[in-house]
Design a protein. Structure first.
Ligand SMILES: [Zn+2]
Ligand SMILES: [Zn+2]
Length: 142
């Protein structure tokens, strides 16, 4: 994608780095909360512009999912090109995750004894041990 330096400079002048690591769009937003950027004769989504400018074209039929869930974030490595269906499912899962906090996906309580930390995320010990047993059983029978 061929984008003039002056356009890129204008783009980045509207972006500020958030302490969380998100690149926050400070100019106008759409009703959906996405940053708007006027470029090439029309106004488009700022995060889509950032992705096209720094990563490449967005494959046809795919939309950009905000992994950070901040819609006015334009950081390309917070974006992933996914099918619209995947995007919707992830959004719903995110809400479900919040509600599920006291229990693991299989319903084991996150008690201190049953909780281990992996990469800063909680993991259920019961499920972890079960997965290890399954793995061992699988390698034995293979
Ligand atoms: Zn972000
Ligand atoms: Zn569990």
């Amino acid at each position: 994608m061929d984008i003039a330096e002056s356009v890129l400079a204008r783009f980045w002048s509207k972006v500020t780095l958030d302490p969380t690591g998100c690149l926050i769009w400070t100019a106008g937003r759409s009703v959906y909360g996405y940053g708007r950027f006027f470029w090439n004769g029309h106004s488009g989504a700022a995060h889509r512009f950032a992705y096209m400018a720094l990563v490449g074209d967005i494959p046809a039929g795919l939309s950009l999912d905000h992994l950070c869930r901040v819609r006015h974030c334009v950081r390309p490595d917070h974006l992933e090109a996914v099918t619209p269906r995947e995007n919707t499912l992830r959004g719903e899962n995110h809400v479900a995750d919040q509600a599920r906090r006291t229990h693991c996906p299989r319903g084991h309580a996150y008690t201190p004894a049953n909780t281990r930390l992996k990469n800063g995320k909680r993991e259920c010990r019961t499920c972890h041990n079960q997965a290890r047993r399954d793995k061992r059983a699988a390698s034995k029978s293979a």
